[in-house]
Ligand binder design. Structure first.
Ligand code: HEC
Ligand code: HEC
Length: 190
């Protein structure tokens, strides 16, 4: 009798436990593949991927409010270092971050816990000194992971394509510093 009660308790508890797991998110994370060998789990890893799949509160990484990758052009795999990403939320809070040599940036929740919707702009200084500013026309309504919408590659029916500095066909001359741990040589999974 005692063990029957125990089993009943476990059966009743099971759906509650399962409610914390999300097969869809588990699949999104496993689809991203393993870490690149020799590359640490750091700000340089997994460039171009949806950081918040793992850093959005559900996955294994520490929580970020925003994170993503800036590329040279809509279809180039060259990331841009020192692009300035400025987030302005509906409460008027503004945060600017610069991308690293892998094009990656991230903003922790102790810097901003945003009030959505949020405006985003990206400023890039080209190697010839020209400043380019790309402003997202629409606002982000809840998801701080740029690549949850901005999938790697050019625009498709499902995605505006990766975040970029210069339009297709312009060779701005961006280069990845040879000692950069991430970027095309250290790309994680896709
Ligand atoms: C597949 C899951 C996954 C993805 C995608 C991912 N990360 Fe991570 N990240 C991790 C894990 C796991 C760690 C290690 C956490 C630890 O050491 O406790 C980590 C660590 C980090 C750290 C170091 C944090 C710290 O406090 O030590 C930074 C910074 C970081 N990631 C940035 C990014 C950025 C930027 C992106 C997107 C371009 C990204 N990550 C994509 C899983 C991921
Ligand atoms: C909810 C989906 C979504 C998220 C999340 C998102 N974007 Fe966007 N973004 C779009 C769409 C759709 C467009 C194209 C239409 C527009 O400008 O609103 C766009 C356009 C842009 C543009 C302008 C591109 C151009 O053609 O000049 C920039 C820059 C940009 N996004 C940066 C970002 C950054 C940086 C992040 C992460 C902090 C981000 N976006 C997150 C959907 C998203």
């Amino acid at each position: 009798m005692r063990s029957q009660v125990l089993w009943l308790t476990l059966l009743l508890a099971a759906p509650v436990v399962a409610g914390c797991e999300s097969p869809v998110q588990d699949e999104e994370i496993s689809d991203l593949g393993p870490e690149v060998e020799g590359l640490e789990e750091s700000e340089y890893h997994r460039y171009g991927q949806n950081c918040l799949a793992c850093h959005g509160g559900y996955g294994p990484g520490p929580l970020f409010s925003f994170a993503g990758t800036v590329f040279s052009s809509p279809t180039s795999d060259i990331p841009v270092q020192a692009a300035r990403i400025t987030i302005t939320d509906s409460a008027g809070q503004t945060v600017t971050r610069q991308s690293n040599c892998a094009g990656n940036f991230y903003i922790e929740p102790d810097v901003i816990e945003p009030t959505f919707p949020v405006r985003v702009e990206v400023e890039c200084t080209l190697p010839d000194g020209t400043l380019r500013r790309n402003v997202m026309g629409t606002r982000i309504n809840r998801d701080g992971g740029c690549a949850s919408c901005h999938a790697v590659g050019g625009p498709t029916a499902d995605s505006p394509g990766q975040v970029f500095c210069v339009p297709e066909g312009v060779d701005a001359g961006f280069e990845v510093p040879p000692d950069c741990p991430g970027g095309p040589e250290g790309r994680g999974g896709g």
